[in-house]
Structure formats: C-alpha cells, structure tokens
Design a protein around this ligand. Structure first.
Ligand code: NDP
Length: 604
C-alpha cells in the first residue's frame, strides 16, 4: 500500500502501521495487570461510601426467598423488574451502596455522563414513561432514573442497602442457597442471581512512592466534594487556590478534566496514553421527535445500535453518532475476500484515527501539546471518548499536559509527582486510574461461593471457568451469574444486562411455576458452549486485539495463559449472543440444564 487519501488528509498506511507498533512497544511492560495496586491498606479510605450518613444500623433478617439478587445496579434492578413482571415476588436485592444505581451511584465526579446515547442506554424508558432530557444524559439524571425504576417496580421494599454478602453456601438437603451478610442477615434463597457488575473495584497505579504523598488525594469513583467544593450539579468552589494533579486520561478523566481546568489555580494532567476524543454533539431531546415515537421504539433503537456497532450493515442508522460512525464503512461491505475485508477495515480505521488526530491539531494551539495528545492505535483498542471541551481545556493558561511518553509517572514524593526527573508539586492529586479487571471472579465479588459438596467456585474454576451461556456453572445449582466471562459483550452494556435479566427471569419463573427445584448445567453442555466461544476466538472476533496498545481491553498487552483465555467473552457481535439466548428460550426444553423436580414451597 502506498500513500492513501480517502476523503481527508493523505496518510501512509505503512508509516502508520510502524508508528502504531512503536507506540505500542513503548507501553508494553512485563508486569501487565500486576502493575496496579488495590484500594486497601493505607488507601482503604478511598473505598468508603461518602454519600451515606455514617452509623447506619438495622435489625438482621432471617428469610426464605425465591430469589436473592446480589447487586443493585442496572443488572440487579433489571432482574428484579423482570422477575416482578414474571410474577415472582419473594425476592431480595443486596447492595453495597446506600441506594440503587451501581456505577451511577458511585461515580459522581464532575462532568460525569454516559457516552452512549441516553435513549438506548437508560433501560425501561417506555415502561416507566420517561424521556431523557438530552441525547447524552449526565450522571445525576441517570442516577435519578435508577431511583425511578426502583419506585416504579416497587424495588425499594426489596432492597437491603449498605449490605455486603459474606458467604454463600449450597444446602443440598434444603435445595437452597444459604447466604449471610455483614449485617447478620441469614437468607435462604431458592435461586441466586449475581449481578455484581464489572469495573467496580477502583485500582491505583503502582507508582514508586505513591504511599508517601502527603497532600490530599482520592479516586474519581469517590469524588471528594467536601474538599473540592461544589456538587455533581454545581461548579467546584474550593480549588481556586489549589494546584491539582490528575493521573490518567481515560474516559473518566476526559469528562472530569474540563471541569477541573475551569476552576483550579493550576491543573497538571499526567498522561501515559492519549485517548481518542471525537465530537460529542450533545443536544436537548427534540420534543416533537419524542412525541412521534411508536410503542416498541426503544427496543428497535437498541437493537439497531448494537447491530451497527457489531459491524452489521443496516440501511438505517437510528443513533447516528461517533460510535456508529466508527463501525460504518461502506467499502468493507464490498470486499470480495476476507483478507480484502480486513485490509479495507484497516484503511478505514487509519482514516478515522487521522480525523481524530486532525481534530487535535485544529483545536489545540500549542504544537507540542497537540502532538502529545494524538492517539496512535486503532479506534477500538481503547475505549473511544467523545467530548467537545476536553481538547479545548489544554488551551487554558492554567492547564498543563505532562506527557510521560508512554512510560507513566516515574515516582511520587511527599510534595507531588515526578515525571522525567522533574517534580510537579500539587496540593491535591486525583487518581483517574480506572478499575480492576481480573480473571479471578470471586476476588472481584469479594466472597467465595460454596456449591455442591462444599466445593468453592474458586476451586472449581482453578483451571478456568466452565459455563453454559456464561451464566450457569456445574456444581453450583440454581446460581445465575451475569458476567462477561463466556458471555455477551456490548458497547451499550445495558443491552446485554437487559437480555441476561430476561433470560434469568424466564428460567426462574418457569422453574417456580413447574415445580422444578434444581437446575444445573450438564458437563456436555458446558463443553459445547466452550467450543462455541473458542470457534469465535479463532475467528478473531474480539476487541482490543493483540496488536493494540496495552489497556484493559487486551489484558494490558500480555497474552493470556491457557486458563485466562477461558475468561474470554462470546466475542464481537452483541446480537449474535442475544439471538443464541432467545433461540434457546424458544426451544422450550431448557436444553443443557439438568432438572430436578420437586414441590417448590415459596415462603415470602
Ligand atoms: P481507564 O482504565 O480507562 O483509564 C485509566 C487511566 O490511567 C489511563 O489513561 C491509564 O493510562 C492511566 N494510568 C494508569 N497507570 C498510570 C501510570 N502509572 N501513570 C500515568 N497514567 C496511568 O479508567 P477510566 O475510569 O477512565 O474508565 C474506565 C471505564 O469506565 C471506561 O473504559 C468505560 O468503560 C467506563 N466509563 C464509561 C463512561 C461512559 O460514558 N459510559 C465514562 C467514564 C468511564 P494507559 O491508557 O496508558 O493505561
């Protein structure tokens, strides 16, 4: 291939390929995920809930339940709502936070918003009769919608907030899960749904000297408004005389930095890898459009988006935004061979990233800063970002980009942050360093699960997970897990959660109606499901490929071992996974599950 000009500035694919390789190599490090440190020990306060009054007490409960749901985010709420719709009422939701919302309960940093369109991201809009105010909803509106779902489906009376599950043991005689919590509850549940969420455990960069810093610091997922002043809906008021540093330039930082830049005396942005930042183009909801919508519009729109961002060619793009733009390319549809399709796809990716880089040049005045803000990798190597004030912030005189050229912060001192030998003293340091991504499912949950014969899930999955649909695992009857492991993945992740919820509610509703006491996947069904996942892996259907710059999409660039590979997702096509679940439900036979009949006595 030679220099190519496709509706934009000219570029050389060969030169870009080499540049991408060099940028990736700068960032590769052998410690992969272990470069990060968990939020505990001297950092334990980073995990405290700043949104509840301290000292909450309630009596311990002893209950018999049809279903216990772990997690009160979208996955847990959708499950509870779908169970209610299926007529299952003896349920409880156990949630760590002080309210519903999950990620939207915790993440209240300034500027927080969802970068997936609100009309497809906020679930149950038609059921609750709500229409978001903007194309991209801000965090307070999303949190309020979570509360609306809670009220609409009467979930508050089912919730145990500020409560953590401590143990979960299968009782073979009673054919129930015995669950204990840190509030002394003893809950015996016929079924358990674990909707614990992903990306919920904050992580910190393992920077030498990090524990020696004496200034104020916190993680973005527990924003300290007591220090910064302001609130999620009002401007921060106490940073006007503060030197503030922020470590990280991922999706969270891209939203928070414009807010910090507007109010801090001095802001240092410590960057390891620049994000790709496309046009946001937010706008208020068009009332006439909203009124024109026909029943069923939300599901149609959700499916249309997921199809397009799974690479399917559709005649109509309903959402028409930066996400669908990344995936649309008429040229690749005309490819005659798979190899040609790959080549055309790569050319389209180069062209789109050239547009992102040209946008940096057009907005950022200082040439060296602009150069450092340009991402050199394919669009889906890292989470793409969309913002109309982020790049502009670097034109402010009080904002300085401190680029670490892919190496990360060198070390920290009691006064501040050192990069390339230079110390940047700060009063306040904010970690926008993301969330743990681990193959160790029970570590992420925070408790182990003991199934048949007392075998723990950790032991059972020591050689990697074995599941049916990523939801059931042999040895753990009546347990339904919502994970990405051997399960679907979506850019609009709530789409997957809604389908998993409907699937779980169907299975549980049916078992309770038909007196099926125990379900458990057969070994053969698990093997067949793994064969499906493996065949998709072999076709290379996954995000964050091996050639990508390191990040959590590709295990920080470290190739996964034979066990870790079993944590793979179903891969790429969201609708293909959903269609597998739907076809399975239509098949009527609960195929692959071994059933044990009995009389189910449900005692609320
Ligand atoms: P990320 O993991 O995406 O970003 C962490 C940042 O910290 C990266 O820029 C990383 O650099 C940087 N970093 C890590 N270690 C160091 C170091 N030693 N020195 C300097 N920098 C370092 O976390 P986020 O919280 O930004 O986002 C997590 C996810 O949350 C997103 O991917 C997205 O899925 C979700 N999210 C969604 C939003 C939405 O609108 N729907 C909004 C915000 C978040 P490097 O890239 O080099 O690793």
């Amino acid at each position: 291939m030679t220099a190519t000009k496709q509706e934009g500035r000219a570029f050389s694919p060969e030169a870009l390929k080499e540049k991408y390789r060099l940028e990736r190599e700068k960032r590769l490090r052998p410690d992969g995920n272990t470069q990060y440190i968990p939020v505990k020990g001297v950092f334990a306060d980073f995990d405290k809930d700043p949104y509840v009054e301290p000292g909450f007490m309630r009596p311990a409960l002893a209950e018999q339940l049809d279903v216990l749901i772990v997690g009160g985010g979208f996955g847990g709420m959708l499950s509870a709502a779908r169970l209610r719709q299926a007529g299952v009422d003896a349920i409880r939701i156990v949630e760590k936070g002080g309210d519903f919302g999950g990620t939207w309960y915790w993440n209240r940093y300034p500027g927080a918003a969802c970068d997936v369109e609100s009309y497809i991201y906020l679930p149950l809009l038609e059921e609750t009769g709500y229409m978001p105010t903007e194309k991209y909803a801000r965090a307070p509106e999303i949190f309020a919608h979570c509360q609306r779902i809670g009220r609409h489906f009467q979930l508050y009376e089912k919730a145990l907030f500020q409560t953590l599950v401590q143990s979960m043991d299968w009782d073979e005689d009673a054919r129930r899960w015995n669950v204990t919590t840190d509030r002394g509850d003893r809950l015996a549940a016929r079924f358990v749904i674990i909707a614990g969420g992903i990306l919920h455990k904050a992580k910190l960069p393992g920077i030498p000297g990090i524990e020696t810093f004496k200034g104020h610091c916190f993680h973005t997922s527990r924003w300290d408004y007591a220090y910064t002043g302001g609130s999620p809906t009002s401007r921060m008021t106490r940073l006007g005389d503060k030197r503030v540093g922020i470590i990280g330039t991922g999706a969270t930082a891209v939203q928070a930095i414009p807010q910090l830049g507007a109010v801090s005396q001095q802001l240092y942005v410590f960057q390891r890898t620049p994000s790709s930042v496309g046009v946001r183009g937010n706008r208020p909801t068009d009332e006439a459009w909203a009124k024109s919508l026909q029943a069923g519009w939300q599901q149609d729109r959700i499916r249309n988006f997921s199809a397009i961002v799974s690479g399917r060619a559709l005649p109509v793009d309903m959402v028409q935004d930066g996400w669908t733009y990344i995936f649309q390319d008429g040229a690749t549809q005309q490819a005659r061979t798979p190899e040609e399709a790959v080549e055309l796809r790569q050319l389209a990716d180069y062209r789109k990233m050239e547009e992102i880089r040209a946008r940096v040049d057009a907005i950022v005045s200082d040439a060296a800063t602009a150069e450092a803000l340009k991402p050199y990798y394919n669009p889906m190597c890292k989470r793409p970002c969309f913002h109309d004030e982020y790049l502009e912030t670097f034109n402010r005189p009080n904002v300085q980009l401190v680029d670490t050229e892919g190496k990360g912060v060198e070390r920290m001192t009691p006064r501040g942050v050192v990069v390339k030998g230079e110390e940047y003293p700060v009063d306040c340091l904010i970690y926008a360093s993301g969330f743990e991504v681990s193959g160790d499912y029970t570590r992420m949950l925070g408790f182990d699960i003991r199934g048949r014969d007392g075998t723990s899930l950790r032991e059972s999955w020591a050689d990697g997970p074995a599941t049916l649909h990523g939801m059931h695992s042999r040895g753990f009857p009546n347990l339904l897990m919502f994970t990405t492991t051997q399960s679907g993945w979506a850019i609009n992740f709530v789409h997957i959660l809604d389908e998993q919820s409907q699937h779980a509610a169907y299975i549980i509703g049916r078992c309770l109606k038909q007196g099926v006491e125990v379900i458990e996947p057969s070994a053969q069904a698990q093997q067949q499901w793994w064969d499906v996942i493996l065949s998709r892996l072999r076709m290379g259907i996954s995000f964050g490929g091996a050639d990508c710059t390191p990040g959590y999409y590709n295990n920080e660039g470290v190739s996964p071992g034979p066990n870790a590979i079993r944590y793979a997702t179903f891969g790429g096509d969201t609708l293909a996974f959903i269609d597998v679940l739907r076809a399975w439900r239509q098949g009527d036979g609960l195929v692959g599950l071994e059933l044990s009949q009995g009389k189910v006595a449900s005692k609320p």
